[in-house]
Write a protein that binds this ligand. Structure first.
Ligand SMILES: O=C(O)c1ccccc1NCC(=O)[C@H](O)[C@H](O)COP(=O)(O)O
Length: 227
């Protein structure tokens, strides 16, 4: 099975088409109002319709209450939900049940102890996104900060539906995949020329860099995972 590639925080037709042409598997549409990647539900609906059947569209939200999430799902009809805040297991279960879509839960990692939280969420979510923790201080976003964490912390990660994110780029994604036993990768800042401005050439280069690593089975620590 090939490594899953998600390009997060798209907002234009041009960059969506680049992700599709490059062979990405998922794109993220960002509904966090303070993000430079924020898209309105109306704009997202246009992009999601364009992507339909070509790759999976992920609606990324941060601590949005279920009724408002329902409005978003109705407007955009995403294939996946990505919960990138402090949503607990009950909320994940409720979102899966209510909206009938798979849920990805992001988990910040800065120490091996965080892998316990990741495993807890992996038991109830369809996928867990292992991301860098946001930096402290004003202006930091819950994600999309372009910061990598120490991938060696993942050496003891049990096989599971884990994807890796945080500071990935064309230059480091092969090393990240060599270190981290994950089924996929997610990138945002690393394929941008400025915050919120995705670059079609960088999207192509990033997907090519992942494909050059080869399928998951070529990474020995993942031979037993069937996502
Ligand atoms: O990207 C954002 O602006 C963002 C804002 C609020 C919550 C999550 C956000 N991004 C989540 C993602 O899925 C990113 O792709 C992931 O954090 C990695 O980002 P980066 O380090 O910039 O590649």
């Amino acid at each position: 099975m090939r490594t899953i590639v998600k390009i997060c925080g798209l907002s234009t037709e041009e960059t969506l088409d680049a992700a599709i042409a490059a062979g990405a598997d998922m794109v993220g549409l960002n509904f966090y109002p303070k993000s430079p990647r924020f898209v309105t539900p109306e704009r997202a609906a246009v992009l999601a319709a364009r992507a339909r059947g070509k790759l999976a569209v992920v609606a990324l939200t941060v601590d949005v209450p279920l009724p408002a999430l329902g409005d978003l799902v109705a407007a955009v009809d995403p294939d996946w939900l990505q919960l990138h805040g402090t949503e607990d297991e009950d909320t994940i279960r409720a979102a899966r049940r209510t909206f009938g879509r798979p849920v990805m839960r992001a988990v910040g990692v800065s120490a091996t102890g965080d892998l316990a939280a990741a495993a807890r969420f992996a038991a109830v979510a369809d996928r867990v996104l292992l991301d860098a923790k946001p930096p402290k201080g004003p202006g930091a976003l819950p994600g999309g900060n372009g910061i990598a964490f120490d991938w060696d912390l993942l050496a003891g990660l049990e096989a599971g539906p884990y994807m890796l994110s945080g500071g990935l780029s064309v230059g480091n994604v092969a090393a990240a995949l060599a270190a981290a036993p994950v089924i996929g990768v997610d990138v945002s800042s690393g394929v941008e020329r400025a915050p919120g401005v995705k670059d079609p050439d960088l999207i192509h280069a990033f997907v090519s860099a992942v494909r050059a690593v080869g399928p998951i089975a070529a990474r020995s620590q993942l031979e037993s995972i069937a996502p």
